[in-house]
Each structure stands twice: as C-alpha cells, then as structure tokens.
Design a protein around this ligand. Structure first.
Ligand code: NAP
Ligand code: G4F
Length: 340
C-alpha cells in the first residue's frame, strides 16, 4: 500500500485530496497544527471511518516535520500548507515568507532527507504570474506582486526547479489557478459572496462589502483540481503543470451569478468606490469598501492548461455557473439547516 503525507490537510484542498487518495487505496497521513477548533467534521469522519491518520506538526518547526516523515514514511508528499490569503500577506508579509518559502523548503528538504526517492507535490500558484498578461501557461513569465506570490515563487525556483535540476529529486509544482468549493475558506472572495448573499436572502445580514469588483479570475472546482495533483505524481518524470479552466469572470460577474441562483438579481449603479448593487426593492445589498482593496493587485488571470490536458489527460468538467450554483446552494441550505 502506498503512503502519502499531506501538509495543509485541514484546508480546502487537503480534505478533498485526502478523500481522493483514500479512494485510491493509499494510507494517508495529514499534518495538522494544534488549533483550538481541531480538525473539521469532514476530517474527523475520514479519521474514524477511513483510517486517515493525523500527525501534529507545523511548517515553522523542522523537528515536527522530521518526526512526521519518520511516522508517515511517505512515498508521496503533498505540500499544501501555506498562509494562503494573498490580501493578508500584505499585512503579515514575514509570515508569508516564513511559511510559504522557508516552510516549503523545510517540508521538501526533510522529505528528501528521509527518502531521496520521495515524490513531492508543491502547491504553487497562478498568483506567481502576477502582472504577466493572460493567458498564462508554463512558459509565461513570473511577475509576482504580493508577498504571498513572491514567497511561492522563491519556493518554486529553489525547492522545485532547483532540487529537480541540482539533486535529481522528484518534485513537481502544480501551478493552480483559483479553485473553489463549498469547503472554501470564508475570507476568499467567492465563499464570502455566496455566504453573505445566502445570509442576506435569509434576513441574517444587510449588505455584502467587497473590494475591487473588476478583477478577473479563472475559477474552477477544487475537487477536480486535487485529482490533477495526484496524476502529476504518477508520471515517471517530474514536471510542472498549469491547472485551470481557461475561462475568466470578474468578481462582479460572480456576484451576479450567485445572486441569481438565490433568486435575488442585483442591479448595479454608480462606479468606482460609489458602485452599489441593489435588490429589486431598491435596497443596497452590495457595496464597495476600500478596506478590501489590495495595495498591489493582480487584475487579470486566465490559465492555459493545454499541457495538463495533453500529458496528464486532465481537464475540468464543472462550469463556472455550476460551481457558483453549488456554492450558493450549499451555503443557503446549511444556514437553513442550522436555523432549524
Ligand atoms: P487553505 O484552505 O487556506 O488551507 C491552508 C492550509 O495550510 C490549512 O490546512 C492550514 O492549517 C495550513 N497551514 C497554514 N500555516 C501552516 C503552518 N505554519 N504549518 C502547518 N500548516 C499550516 O488553502 P487551500 O485553498 O486548500 O490551498 C492549498 C494550497 O494551494 C495552499 O498552499 C495555497 O497557497 C495553494 N493554492 C491554492 C489555490 C486556490 O485557489 N485554492 C490556488 C493556487 C494555489 P490550519 O487549518 O491550521 O490553518
Ligand atoms: O478570493 P481571493 O482572496 O483570492 P486570490 O487573491 O486570487 O488568491 C487565491 O487564489 C490564488 C491563485 O491565483 C491562490 F494562490 C491563493 O492561495 C488564493 O487561494 O481574491 C480574488 C480577487 C482578488 O483580486 C481580490 O482583490 O477578489 C478580489 N476581491 C474583491 N473583494 C476580494 C474582495 N477578495 C477578498 N478575499 N475579499 C474581498 O472582499
């Protein structure tokens, strides 16, 4: 039985990846930080019913990572742990550097020290392309603007490309574009929109405040994206792959799509910081709050995943409208359930 260690198992992608690997017959170990909330119900259930193992550890703590490698003895390591919020990385830049660059280095180095044949997946990001015009693919220039992306890029160059070329290590970067799901963290824009609009629909919140409505992202479904991570590590040689849908939408279009799923279409008025979205009664339910603007923004991302299609046979099947609908309905249904 193959053994896998997932860092960041408590995050969106970690939980989906744990399910995929368990389904594929792996013995799966998840690195968890000690937090007051503990692992989610989904992970506790995977632990109880499907044998998912938890190991305490932190990317700040090299001894904990060494211990995790000793316990898990992984054939494959998926380094998904990170300070993953780009906006927050402007406010707490050293943490982004510490976890996303140095921490990634600790994971990859310890994995290879424990067993130099370990296959390693590093969660790189489309954010590394920064201001490079779309569509972006594996050959596009990197032009990161956030502390988050600068740290991810340094990890990619030094511990993925560098270790592959200098040490012959099996390390792949998945350069994933934004991917979302009902499990998405509540402070990322898509989930913030679906949860807030569901609350507004139920009279639990008055207004949704957002930052830049014009930025465009290539949003896919996380459950499909984690399959690509595993498929990358099944190949004989390690390479990097862009994973994306190839379709982009603005934040405003995401609001429109979610609001219409919830049966409350938004009418936009005004522009810039004065732009508002009103419901059909004329009440403002969406407004712009400059506190959510970023000091440097990545305004235009759309990925070209043709290499992944050609070599991995991977392509997405869930459309933008299906994704938005799934997320909005999940938030609405959960709020109704918890009120009963
Ligand atoms: P997420 O939901 O925010 O999960 C982040 C995970 O990292 C959580 O499990 C968190 O643990 C863990 N973590 C943070 N700091 C840690 C530390 N010091 N030590 C150990 N664990 C730590 O992120 P995601 O959306 O699943 O993304 C997974 C990875 O892909 C991340 O590296 C992200 O940067 C990258 N990525 C994501 C996307 C996307 O659109 N989702 C796109 C490209 C790349 P706690 O639960 O304890 O906080
Ligand atoms: O949902 P976001 O916070 O995601 P962002 O910055 O694109 O980062 C995500 O995707 C990256 C891949 O490209 C990952 F590497 C990273 O870990 C993370 O998963 O913001 C999306 C866009 C941004 O341009 C932001 O400025 O939405 C804009 N936005 C507008 N109003 C907002 C808001 N973002 C957030 N979080 N909150 C707002 O109120």
């Amino acid at each position: 039985m193959k053994r896998a260690l997932i860092t960041g198992v408590t995050g969106q992608d970690g939980s989906y990846l744990a399910e995929v690997l368990l389904d594929r017959g792996y013995d799966v170990y998840g690195l968890v930080r000690r937090t007051s909330g503990g692992p989610s119900d989904i992970l506790e259930q995977l632990h109880r019913t499907r044998g998912l193992h938890f190991i305490y550890g932190d990317l700040h703590d090299v001894a904990s990572l060494r211990r995790a490698m000793e316990i898990a003895k992984p054939d494959e390591v998926y380094n998904l742990a990170s300070q993953s919020h780009v906006g927050v990385s402007f406010e707490v830049p050293e943490d982004a550097w510490e976890v996303n660059y140095l921490g990634a280095g600790r994971v990859i180095t310890e994995a290879l020290k424990a067993n130099k044949a370990t296959r390693i997946y590093q969660a790189s990001s489309s954010e590394m392309f920064g201001t490079t015009p779309p569509p972006q693919n594996e050959l596009s220039a990197f032009a990161p603007v956030s502390p988050y992306a600068q740290a991810k890029l340094r990890a990619h160059k030094e511990y993925v490309v560098g270790y592959r070329e200098d040490k012959g290590a099996y390390v792949c970067s998945g350069i994933l574009f934004n991917h979302e799901s009902p499990r998405r963290g509540k402070h990322f824009v898509t989930r913030k929109i679906t949860l807030s609009l569901a609350k507004i629909k139920l009279g639990l919140q008055e207004r949704l405040e957002l930052g830049n409505l014009n930025v465009k992202r290539d949003w896919g479904y996380a459950k499909e994206y984690v399959v690509a991570m595993h498929t990358m590590l099944e190949r004989d040689s390690a390479e990097d792959f862009v994973i994306a849908t190839g379709v982009q939408h603005s934040v405003r279009e995401f609001v429109d799509a979610a609001a219409s799923v919830l049966g409350m279409p938004v009418l936009w008025e005004g522009s810039g910081v004065d732009e508002v979205g009103k419901n059909k009664k004329g009440e403002v339910i969406v407004s712009v709050n400059p506190k959510f603007f970023r000091s440097r923004e990545v305004s235009d991302l759309v990925g070209d995943a043709s290499k992944a299609k050609r070599i991995l046979g991977w392509e997405p099947s869930v459309s933008f409208s299906e994704l938005v609908s799934m997320m909005a309905k999940a938030d609405y249904d959960e709020l109704v359930r918890s009120a009963q």
